[in-house]
Design a protein around this ligand. Structure first.
Ligand SMILES: Nc1ncnc2c1ncn2[C@@H]1O[C@H](COP(=O)(O)OP(=O)(O)OP(=O)(O)O)[C@@H](O)[C@H]1O
Length: 256
């Protein structure tokens, strides 16, 4: 297996059912590092459920592999230990703690017990690096609760970076962000996506157009179309169920 394939996410025939309702119905996709993949589609298409299945939160059948590892059937914490992390639509940071403390706790989850016991002087290198990468270096001593919406999302991404996450699944990271924050988030994803595998669920088509290198369109739990932004926008099936001829999402309650 090549170094790149070691970080490939490969999903085949994925199915998730809730009480007889099939939310993901045979979805398949493959994505590797350096490819900023966006997962788009109407409300209820199964995007979040697909990510839940990859991260162990939803019971699924089919296969989900990350590099050499089969993920289905593994508990959430074991999947996390394989270097797989996600963010949710609402950032989950410790609001009463500083940015630095949040990163330290996240890094602690990935440290070995003997390293945890050792007294540490200064800020560990991986935390310093995450502060720089996410643009939060100047905000390191601020309480997470007073950060802007965008900064909280970046902190959450930073918390994944210090855990050395190699596959990131992000659920609508720019929802509620200012234009400038969106731009900064896109640049951040480009930076960290060079050597990590990233899948972003997104409704904001301006953001998708600017930053996606490839797009998977999900509809009714299946992959309807896949390709570059231009290719999926030109696909009549995508126009019919989601984007329309103007490229604006239909059937999504958030506007681009
Ligand atoms: N725990 C659950 N129990 C029952 N049905 C669920 C559950 N989670 C999701 N569903 C249903 O599965 C379908 C897919 O939901 P999902 O949240 O994955 O869609 P989505 O594409 O992420 O939508 P959105 O863009 O609105 O976030 C929906 O019809 C939803 O109501």
């Amino acid at each position: 297996m090549t170094a790149t394939a070691l970080k490939d996410l490969e999903i085949t025939d994925l199915r998730v059912a809730f009480d007889g309702f099939t939310a993901v119905d045979g979805a398949a996709l493959r994505v590797g590092p350096g490819d900023l993949r966006f997962l788009i589609g109407p409300n209820g298409a199964g995007k979040t459920t697909l990510v839940d299945a990859v991260t162990g939160l939803a019971k699924a059948t089919g296969t989900v592999r990350f590099g050499p590892h089969d993920l289905l059937g593994r508990p959430v914490h074991r999947i996390a230990r394989l270097g797989i992390g996600r963010t949710f639509q609402t950032a989950t940071v410790f609001e009463n703690l500083s940015v630095l403390a949040n990163l330290d706790i996240a890094a602690g989850a990935a440290r070995r017990p003997h390293t945890l016991l050792r007294r540490r002087r200064g800020v560990p290198e991986e935390i310093e690096h995450a502060l720089e990468t996410t643009g939060l270096a100047a905000a390191r001593d601020r309480q997470a609760g007073v950060l802007s919406h965008g900064q909280k999302q970046w902190l959450e991404i930073g918390m994944l970076l210090v855990q050395n996450v190699q596959l990131l699944l992000l659920d609508e990271p720019v929802a509620g962000m200012s234009h400038e924050e969106r731009e900064q988030t896109g640049q951040l994803l480009r930076r960290i996506g060079q050597d990590r595998t990233i899948v972003v669920i997104e409704h904001d088509m301006d953001f998708v157009r600017t930053f996606a290198t490839s797009v998977t369109v999900l509809h009714a739990g299946r992959v309807l179309s896949e390709g570059t932004v231009a290719q999926v926008r030109a696909d009549p099936r995508v126009q019919e169920v989601y984007l329309g001829e103007t490229g604006a999402p239909a059937g999504a309650d958030r506007e681009a």
